[in-house]
Design a binder for this molecule. Structure first.
Ligand code: AMP
Ligand code: ZN
Length: 469
């Protein structure tokens, strides 16, 4: 498989550090609001990357964080008169619900910044010891950017150009920096903010340090893939590299993958511009599988413009595939039993070319746009090569092939079957029993399973309530 590496600006053969295993970190959202469909793009794209790698036989350790301490979270908490943890926990649950709706698999680990403070203190300490960081008078700890000689290697920026550009950006409160390029690792608390004790001051971490630390803890010092939206290349990922490599003395991530923006009217969809749709907004109009299909209909490094027309096109594309699969499913029920004919076997053999082409597209830097076109070709082949007297075995072979390719993309070739109320109640009971037995892993598994079917649980004092999402 070839992957375009932002670090080298080239497509490179993917060679994992450990054969058969992939260590992958994807920067996750700051949880102070419902996620918008721009945030959903990296989730869908890198989930598809993971699924494809798993399909190729890799064991993927996939880590994606929740940034749960941040100015925006604190602001919202103050507005609502609650603790910041209430806000972040609420939106983590909402985000997980959206992910399940979009068929984004839960990460192997979803660490939260506030639970990883010890690791951050440790890494900052190391950076100070090694002369890569310093403590200002007010207790702020800064990373000494110029001490890391390779700074700028990811964003392909030259330190001196940055220096000139950044001087004018110097804002008040940052005057204790030795160099305008230095960035915050730890900052003192302000009135009414959550804080942790540290050797330097009571305060909280800067944003960049959390990803360096969580990546190290859950994946090790050296990882295969680090990914996120292209707005994270600079400064976030550049700073992560500086921190991790300066602290660990090893290359951080071998491959850096960045998705292009989801735009509206050719402008980046973002909360600050106010030009966004939440995943929930879209869900009111469409099956979220349509959103996933829409996202994958473009290559992840191409900007994608959101429009009603493209969503309608995605809807009808998905329907076309689903209709073909439903037809095969229906015909199969009344078809001849027994072995497929020699002619049918030849067609099944011929159809294998589509799977090969699909793999070729995905191997070429995850070209999902081409891969979906190949699924359409296979559907066309299937539609024009089925007759009244086909055997069930043949019809099943075609159906399985389409379903498998769709599945790699996280797309359901047949609409989800709803759970019956009684089945839901039974699973909830099983979850309660698991919790009583302190088998929290099983309890979480059941919660996730229900979420996947669109069932949201709420633990209240009166017991567990559920609703269809
Ligand atoms: P944030 O919560 O803003 O840090 O964003 C979480 C993830 O969503 C990051 O990987 C961002 O790069 C990505 N992201 C945010 N807006 C967009 C957008 N309009 N298109 C694509 N990715 C985005
Ligand atoms: Zn990050």
């Amino acid at each position: 498989m070839k992957i375009y590496n932002t670090l080298t600006k080239r497509k490179e053969d993917f060679v994992p550090i450990e054969p058969g295993k992939v260590r992958m970190y994807v920067c996750g959202p700051t949880v102070y609001n419902l996620i918008h469909i721009g945030n959903a793009r990296p989730m869908i794209v890198f989930d598809t990357c993971r699924r494809y790698m798993e399909h190729k036989g890799y064991e993927v350790n996939y880590v994606s964080n929740f940034t749960d301490v941040d100015d925006k979270i604190i602001k919202k908490a103050n507005e609502e008169g609650v603790e910041p943890g209430v806000i972040s926990e609420r939106y983590i649950q909402e985000c997980k619900q959206d992910m399940a709706g979009m068929n984004v698999k839960p990460a192997t680990t979803h660490p939260k910044a506030t639970e990883e403070i010890d690791g951050m203190l440790e890494m900052i300490e190391t950076l100070i010891e090694k002369g890569h960081a310093y403590v200002a008078e007010d207790g702020t700890v800064y990373f000494k950017t110029r001490s890391f000689k390779e700074y700028g290697k990811l964003s392909h920026k030259n330190l001196d150009d940055l220096q000139g550009g950044n001087r004018s950006l110097l804002v008040s409160g940052e005057d204790q920096k030795q160099d305008p390029l230095d960035f915050v690792l730890w900052k003192p608390k302000k009135e009414g903010e959550p804080y942790w004790e540290s050797p330097w001051c009571n305060g909280r971490p800067g944003w960049h340090i959390e990803c360096s630390v969580m990546s190290k803890k859950y994946l090790g010092e050296e990882i295969d893939i680090h990914a996120g939206g292209e707005d994270l290349v600079f400064p976030h990922h550049e700073n992560e590299i500086a921190q991790s490599e300066a602290a660990n003395g090893k290359p951080f991530a071998h491959y850096w993958m960045h998705n292009a923006f989801l735009n509206i009217d050719n402008k980046k969809m973002s909360k600050s511009l106010g030009n966004f749709f939440t995943v929930r907004d879209i869900e009111k109009e469409y099956d979220l599988q349509v959103l996933r299909f829409f996202m994958l209909s473009a290559h992840y490094r191409s900007p994608l413009n959101f429009s009603a027309e493209l969503m309608e096109a995605a809807k009808s594309g998905l329907e076309r595939i689903r209709n073909a699969v439903s037809n095969l499913e229906f015909k199969k029920k009344t078809a001849k039993k027994g072995q497929m004919t020699a002619e049918e076997a030849a067609l099944v053999e011929q159809a294998k070319q589509f799977t090969e082409k699909f793999d070729q597209a995905m191997d070429d830097d995850l070209n999902t746009a081409d891969a979906l076109s190949v699924i359409f070709e296979l559907v066309k082949f299937s539609n024009s090569n089925t007759k009244e007297d086909n055997t069930a075995e043949y019809l099943n072979a075609l159906e399985t092939q389409i379903v498998e390719l769709m599945d790699i993309c996280g797309l359901e070739a047949l609409p989800k079957e709803d759970l019956l109320d009684s089945e839901i109640e039974q699973l909830i009971q099983e979850r309660q029993d698991a919790r009583k037995a302190k088998n929290f892993a099983r309890a979480d598994e059941i919660r996730a399973l229900l979420l996947e079917k669109g069932i949201v649980l709420e633990d209240t004092r009166e017991g567990v309530k559920w609703k269809r999402g």
